[in-house]
Design a protein. Structure first.
Length: 256
């Protein structure tokens, strides 16, 4: 492959990369809630997950030595170390040799070595046990960014995607049950020497994710997924990009 071809592939925008299949997204939602998931909600969740994984892959690519196209676990660790917004899959860390080596051995309060967490044998798949389902999408995303990854890193990306999407589904279901985003309390900024004022109503997100919802209490909609994304992501550039691309991905679906 020529240098020009590699450059063209890396120049593709995130929205050019095929998202994870809606059937996979709905399967993940089905493991955490019995609510119906609309088509637009599944597309939004797939888009947000794609955006997050693409940023992680691109961050690892920037951390790789110049000219190296096969990503290594240390590239992932460097990327997360450089950008805290990419730290979205911490529930996966206890199951990954990459992060166990980083964290070192763990001891309880009595000083006894804590063994690594084992996978659940539950009949109901968990985010960790079901991580392998994301391999095809992860490999497609890697190809679209003009890079490859060693098998252990592919597994890490699978796990992070699975944990993130599961958390997104769980929070979206909570938004439906509670009628909006109620996890965070109001914050009032006070200038020293001036009296405090009553906090203003929780504003609509700059990109349209609302703090309260409309609709029935039995269906997870697109807005519920976007609200969940604001809870899963810390804010900043990644959150803004994820919300923008999710709205674009569902524009025609929502209009229909």
């Amino acid at each position: 492959m020529t240098v020009q071809a590699v450059t063209r592939r890396r120049a593709r925008t995130v929205s050019d990369v095929p998202p994870f299949k809606p059937s996979l997204v709905k399967a993940v939602f089905g493991e955490v809630t019995s609510m119906h998931v609309s088509r637009a909600a599944a597309q939004a969740a797939a888009s947000v997950t794609r955006t997050v994984l693409t940023e992680i892959v691109d961050g690892a690519g920037r951390a790789a030595a110049e000219g190296r196209k096969k990503l290594l676990p240390r590239d992932l660790l460097t990327a997360i170390g450089r950008n805290v917004e990419l730290d979205v899959g911490d529930e996966w860390y206890d199951h990954s040799p990459t992060f166990r080596r980083l964290n070192g051995d763990r001891y309880d309060a009595r000083g006894v070595l804590v063994p690594p967490v084992r996978r659940s044998r539950s009949r109901r798949p968990s985010a960790v046990a079901g991580a392998h389902r994301f391999e095809a999408g992860v490999r497609k995303l890697l190809r679209s960014r003009g890079v490859k990854a060693v098998p252990v890193l592919v597994r890490d990306l699978d796990g992070i995607a699975s944990v993130f999407l599961t958390g997104l589904a769980r929070d979206a279901a909570m938004v439906v049950r509670e009628g909006g985003v109620k996890r965070f309390g109001a914050v009032t900024l006070v200038t020293p020497g001036e009296p405090a004022t009553d906090p203003a109503p929780f504003p609509k997100d700059s990109l349209g994710a609302r703090s309260t919802r409309s609709g029935d209490g039995r269906t997870v909609g697109m807005e519920d997924v976007l609200a969940a994304a604001t809870m899963q992501l810390f804010g900043g550039a990644l959150r803004k990009q994820a919300l923008t691309e999710a709205r674009e991905a569902t524009r025609h679906t929502s209009a229909g």
